[in-house]
Design a protein around this ligand. Structure first.
Ligand code: PGA
Length: 253
């Protein structure tokens, strides 16, 4: 059985004070959600401090991006090894905001995924269509292309342990969530794509849903067979919301 995973992507929000309040607000309650994986993804500069506060809570730590390079003259970049060194277990790769605002291509996303594995991190790779693509009926083809890029030049087994996040771009930060049926359609398709490459990868890979997940809709999304958790943006900045989403995840188990 795939373990439910609830991930909080804080994006570029917070400061030392508000982050301390947020962690005080949910850490104890979330630690009481046994049997699921929970992790938060602060901005780079807060990663070490958040890691210290999370010690002993069972809540995991991740970053929002990494360089595809291992080290060197890449001003402003952060390597996977640095993230490991600062206590990260996870890293988000290919978030739609990176793809859109920083022109991250499928090939770069795939390179970052490989760099994450090379550093001993679990990549949480985001895929998803924009509204025009959904309206044009190309959602599955878009996601197929994004997933296929991850397999370029690597053995399927080397992706064991990857976490995927289906995030329809039109649902991110808009309050417009995909219906559970819309999510399941894509999740089921993605699982089929993985299984076609490697049966164990298909059966074992966790596929999270992301896009306006809240305490109100999490349980319905988690009820879908191929939705293994959530990548939560806005609601992860509210202690009560995030704790409630984690509780819904614990009930799904
Ligand atoms: P949202 O963001 O929950 O605020 O829609 C999700 C994400 O971008 O990961």
């Amino acid at each position: 059985m795939r373990k439910v995973f609830v991930a909080g992507n804080w994006k570029m929000n917070g400061d030392r004070q508000s982050i301390a309040r947020l962690l005080d607000g949910f850490a104890a309650r979330v630690a009481a959600s046994p049997g699921i994986d929970v992790a938060v993804f602060p901005p780079f500069v807060y990663v070490p401090a958040v890691g210290e506060r999370l010690a002993g809570t069972g809540i995991g730590l991740g970053a929002q991006d990494l360089s595809e390079q291992a080290s060197g003259a890449f001003t402003g970049e952060v390597s996977g090894a640095m993230l490991r060194d600062c206590g990260c277990q996870y890293v988000i790769v290919g978030h739609s905001e990176r793809r859109r605002l920083h022109d991250e291509s499928d090939a770069i996303v795939a390179a970052k995924c490989r760099a994450a594995f090379a550093a001993g991190l679990t990549p949480v790779v985001c895929v998803g269509e924009i509204l025009e693509e959904r309206d044009a009926g190309t959602t599955l083809a878009v996601v197929e292309r994004q997933v296929a890029a991850l397999f370029d030049g690597v053995a399927p087994s080397s992706l064991a342990g990857v976490v995927l996040a289906y995030e329809p771009v039109w649902a991110i930060g808009t309050g417009r969530t995909a219906t559970p049926a819309q999510a399941q359609e894509v999740h089921g398709h993605v699982r089929g794509l993985l299984a076609a490459r490697d049966a164990a990868l298909g059966a074992g890979t966790r596929i999270l849903y992301g896009g306006s997940v809240t305490a109100d809709n999490a349980a319905d999304l988690f009820a879908m067979a191929d939705v293994d958790g959530a990548l939560v943006g806005g609601a992860s900045l509210k202690a009560d919301q995030f704790a409630a989403i984690c509780a819904a995840g614990a009930r799904r188990r």
